[in-house]
Design a protein around this ligand. Structure first.
Ligand code: ATP
Length: 277
């Protein structure tokens, strides 16, 4: 990454990411977070000064990230940059050493993972992690576990089959029999059954063939059009930034650039580092 994107002299965690001018309203963000606001109002998710690590090794050095209702935000960065760690922080699976996670105005720092799911923070994990020995339908129903008394679940299952007809066709099969792309659809369907207010996608393109990747990003674009708030984490930066309202570039635990998906896609140093020139 080009040094002009951050301030190398600043201590870790106090580096200021370069915010790309993308035609958004000029001036500082009202909430003080990094990056321009694509959609107004208070953020749905507001991460401030996030620090965490593994043992004595710090993996995230004081990040600020804000996601507004209805936005699709991409977090891109190389292998080991800390992308999955940040998602684990949001889901409540990774303890903080500093900072705050605020969702819909509530401080979630002391809230457990299950409580966060209940509030609508739902993650599609890296590598799908479907239950291979359970049927496709049982996998989908597990997504609705936190709302199992909700009478709308049967209708939602039918809606999921409309969205993913291949899952209806294969609903009685073990999930382990599905192809990688179908498993990704199942993992997304399972998350949608939980009625997410914030959908976290960890490397949805990982290990998939190019045509299937197109299909998966097509599905994410549909979800975006439906107004679901999405945070997508990807090594496949070009695909992710192309569908994102805004993006953040993460480099070894620091946000080094932020801006609209389009501005980041067109930036020379982002191109050189993450888009194959
Ligand atoms: P990838 O795309 O490979 O998953 P990433 O950007 O998601 O990469 P993380 O998995 O969040 O990166 O890793 C960030 C840093 O934390 C890396 O240096 C990694 O080696 C380290 N790390 C991640 N998980 C652990 C763990 N369980 N124990 C120790 N170190 C870890």
């Amino acid at each position: 990454m080009n040094a002009t994107l951050s301030t190398p002299a600043a201590p870790r965690g106090e580096q200021r990411a370069r915010a790309f001018d993308d035609g958004a309203a000029p001036g500082e963000r009202a909430d003080g977070g990094a990056g321009p606001i694509a959609k107004g109002g208070a953020p749905l998710l507001d991460l401030r000064g996030i620090r965490t690590g593994y043992g004595r090794i710090e993996a995230l050095h004081g990040l600020d990230v804000a996601i507004h209702p209805g936005e699709t935000v991409a977090l891109v960065g190389a292998n080991g940059a800390g992308k999955s760690t940040l998602l684990r922080v949001i889901s409540g699976l990774q303890p903080l050493t500093a900072g705050t996670v605020t969702f819909d105005g509530d401080n979630l720092n002391r809230r457990k993972a299950a409580d966060r799911v209940h509030r609508g923070i739902v993650q599609v994990p890296e590598g799908r992690q479907v239950f291979a020995g359970l049927s496709v339908e049982d996998n989908l129903m597990l997504g609705a576990f936190s709302r199992r008394r909700d009478k709308g679940v049967a209708d939602d299952l039918e809606a999921m089959y409309q969205r993913f007809p291949i899952l209806k066709e294969k609903r009685r099969l073990h999930a382990g029999n599905l192809s990688g792309g179908q498993q990704q659809m199942l993992a997304m369907g399972r998350a949608l059954m939980a009625k997410p207010r914030l959908l976290l996608l960890d490397e949805p393109s990982m290990g998939l063939a190019p045509l299937i990747i197109e299909e998966i990003f097509g599905i994410i674009t549909e979800l975006k059009r439906e107004g679901i708030t999405i945070f997508v984490v990807e090594q496949n930066a070009s695909e992710a930034l192309a569908i994102a309202d805004r993006g953040y570039v993460l480099e070894t635990g620091d946000i080094v650039a932020t801006g609209s998906g389009e501005a980041l896609l067109n930036d020379e140093s982002v191109k050189a580092a993450y888009l194959g020139g």
